[in-house]
Write a protein that binds this ligand. Sequence first.
Ligand code: FAD
Length: 372
Amino acid sequence: MAERASVVIVGGGITGCAIAAELVRRGWRGVRVLERSTVGGQASIAYAGLLGVPGSGATNDPLSEFGAASLARFPAVAADLRERTGIDVELRHTGALLLAFTADEEAALRAALPILRARDAACCWLDQHELRQLEPAVSPLFRGALLLPFEHQVLSPRLVEAFARAAALGGARIEEGVEVTGFDRDGDRVVAVRTRTDRIEAEQVVVAAGAWSGALAAELGVPLPLGPLRGQLVLLHAWDARVRHTLYRGELYLAVKADGTVAVGSTEELAVYDRRPTLEGVRQLVTFAHETVPALGRSVFREALAGLRPWSADGLPVLGRLPGYENAWIASGHARHGILLSPITAEIVADLLEGKAPVLDLAPFDPARFAR
Ligand SMILES: Cc1cc2nc3c(=O)[nH]c(=O)nc-3n(C[C@H](O)[C@H](O)[C@H](O)COP(=O)(O)OP(=O)(O)OC[C@H]3O[C@@H](n4cnc5c(N)ncnc54)[C@H](O)[C@@H]3O)c2cc1C
């Protein structure tokens, strides 16, 4: 006999676990998360756990607004998870410095300053002297930096663990080693999810399968341009790395965690499904780290990692109802910001499942946009 669930969430990454935790918090029963591998496999790689404001930062940039709304929820989410699970997700207010090495980099950062000031009046330009005063370990070769005071960090592996535990304590079933292979539909409804061994009837289905969400949507007859954007990360042990802010130069960053681990990330490699780090990726990251904080030359190499971020053709999340379906939803395409966006994504998906209007305009993230 087929099993029944009120909601089946496909994918036990940070997105799927955050949604499950939010649903049980609201009193939902019969929530199941099906994960073909292990819970949070990708989020663990996002070790830096950077929580900033993505996109241009402008108040009319949908991705920036989405990120800012999620960032604002973190203190309450961290407190709630601690209360429900006892897990401290290590939310820290660090601030960020966007470093300029060349005159062109400085000009580009200065040009962005008015936009960022409209978001947070405390954003400011630091000249070389001020930068050295704030972060003496940063190389004296940098010309200056843009200070973004709002940036936070979280410990991503703990965050996904806390969401998963909160979901399980609230009655959700989180099943590892269960691969979804297809769906049964009846008109505009998905009536069951098929795994390698079972058929699970469901009232609602949420696809939160990261870089593999496109393949599952295709199973439902909805082609979506969603695939992997590989990122590599290097972890170092540095007992004397006195760097408080997250340091960025373009897409590369360096973040010191509470225990002194330095996370150096991250490359962007489109359409690569291979999760093994490469010599070229590691070289790029360690060169950046050493040039940015020369004292890191004495640090001990711990590990190199690679993970697959879910990436959509326009770089924006894919969030909402799957076109042609009444009860099938997708939450994917969070690219470089899936940790940051987990609280707001969970809230919005729960609102959608409950038939409520979401707190933000979802039009820019509508899965149907690619068909238009
Ligand atoms: C190096 C690196 C650094 C990063 N740093 C940050 C950061 O600092 N801040 C930030 O906000 N974000 C960061 N990210 C991005 C973030 O990690 C991702 O956006 C996030 O993990 C995506 O979460 P997800 O749950 O949507 O997808 P995933 O974590 O990929 O989870 C999807 C899950 O679905 C499962 N699955 C797939 N197909 C099936 C199936 N058929 N049946 C069952 N299960 C299935 C997969 O096994 C997987 O576990 C980083 C990413 C990388 C790679």
